[in-house]
Design a protein around this ligand. Sequence first.
Ligand SMILES: Cc1cc2nc3c(=O)[nH]c(=O)nc-3n(C[C@H](O)[C@H](O)[C@H](O)COP(=O)(O)OP(=O)(O)OC[C@H]3O[C@@H](n4cnc5c(N)ncnc54)[C@H](O)[C@@H]3O)c2cc1C
Ligand code: FES
Length: 276
Amino acid sequence: MGKYTAALVPLKASIARVRVETSNVRTYYVKLPDGLELPKPGQFNMLYVHGVGEVPISVSDLDEESRVVAHTVRFVGSVTKTFELLREGDLIGFRGPYGIGWPMDAAYGKNIVLVAGGIGLPPLRPVIREVARNRSAVGKLIILYGARTPEDLMFSYEYGDYESIPNTEFYVTVDKPSEGWRGNVGVVTNLIKHVDVDPSESYAFICGPEIMMKFAVRELLKRGFKTNKIYLSLERRMKCGVGLCGHCQMGPYFVCKHGPVFPLWFISRYFWVDQI
Ligand SMILES: Cc1cc2nc3c(=O)[nH]c(=O)nc-3n(C[C@H](O)[C@H](O)[C@H](O)COP(=O)(O)OP(=O)(O)OC[C@H]3O[C@@H](n4cnc5c(N)ncnc54)[C@H](O)[C@@H]3O)c2cc1C
Ligand code: FES
């Protein structure tokens, strides 16, 4: 089998655990099939539900020792909605890891600002884990996270862990508070005022709905971040995941292969154009 053909054949993978996150989001812990590389922060895998279809899903956590990889899936359409039926012990098709993730090597020695909206936190969570594990490698870590309502917040059970990482600030906000919510209210970009770092010594990693990323980029540019220090994780419809089919094309780039994480300066001609 050639390199590309092999890359398109899903391997069987077993679901080790399912965790309910919100009413329409669950995390699937999957044992990485033998022979596949461990994913890096920001990479994704193609998950195949037998007889239904395949979707790209980012890695939201990784246990290197047991080779169990987490994927946090929001049920939005024909494939992802069938994830709701999957249980521990079920088999799915699995291929990956694919794409270029967050530039951790470049960010070592600098500050990192994470801006996440909604289901944008899962692809950034491996960055938080990596910084926590290797704390002296990075300067300040600032995490800004927003969701529509308190019920939509991802991973609220581990916010205490984020806050206890040394030299880390964690801010969370919701668009619409529910009764009993005592935290910030408003869009996540309002939190950018808390970014108190030298932009020339810092990287910003952004993931969330495209409109939120546009506003976040504008705010960060106003605060002096340069386009080579702002990285975004983009979502496009995907089929092959390996740069063959063209489904995910954006200008001259294939999001699956040249991304999904791009520095802003790479894509600024396309990023501001709607529906491209
Ligand atoms: C690199 C990459 C990483 C991704 N990581 C994750 C992840 O970690 N977790 C996750 O839940 N999703 C992630 N996605 C998005 C996920 O792949 C899509 O939600 C999925 O492919 C939708 O397929 P479907 O068959 O369920 O929906 P479809 O049947 O294709 O779509 C049905 C309806 O849902 C809408 N829809 C489709 N995609 C989205 C979307 N992303 N948001 C809102 N509405 C949508 C469509 O417009 C349509 O109305 C990622 C996508 C990419 C490209
Ligand atoms: S999904 Fe086929 S080229 Fe990107």
